[in-house]
Write a protein that binds this ligand. Sequence first.
Ligand code: GRF
Length: 245
Amino acid sequence: MRSASKIKRSCFLSCAFVAGLSWVRQNRPAPASGLGMGLAQVCRDNRAQTMKNIVILISGSGSNMAAIVRAAEQGRWGERLHAHVAAVVSNRADAQGLAFAKDHGIPTAVLDHKAFASREDFDAALMAQIDRFSPDLVVLAGFMRILTPAFVAHYAGRLLNIHPSLLPAFAGLNTHQRAIDAGCRFAGATVHQVTAELDHGQILAQAVVPVLPNDTAQALAARVLTQEHLIYPRAVADFFSRRFG
Ligand code: GRF
């Protein structure tokens, strides 16, 4: 026979145990699937809000780079696309575009190709420089260098170029004079993915302008350039909406 005090104590302990169980039930974490979904949402939100970095390479006037920077500012790419121009890199210290970038608060870097023994050495140093800015997209904007296969492979799928012709016509140099000499009625510009074969990657955007009677290469180049300034920023914005939107 158990004493009354023992019975009372065991009764108290059982009640405490049951009360404890019910507290644990009420306060336990959400079921695994709910928790998983919550985490997935947080991950999605964080990914969407991570700022994507654009690195632009120039060699000269940098008017296409300036058009992209202005479009990013005016179009509030930071808020809308979570993308910004993180750096402008030039292979020439006298590239006029560098001053524009600095005026707009964009970090700049110069890497003189003449200081390197080989194309491979220069491209390796250039990759190291670009990668300091963790690029999601590298934009060639009048960057007058032939790139090594290693460079192109390193940025595969995140490397764009603008070429002043309606590709696949007139890949290479002197596009405007060649279009005039060929008797073309129309010329233009192409934004394309960069692949190992020069000026042959997937076409992302094109703009067409007329070739006028008695056009000079300079006059045609100026007409084409006004259109480049429209299609290149649009193609860069599309890249981020398509890939991360
Ligand atoms: C542009 O015509 C572009 O198509 C070509 O080089 C020129 C660069 O001009 N690749 P800018 O430096 O952007 O003013």
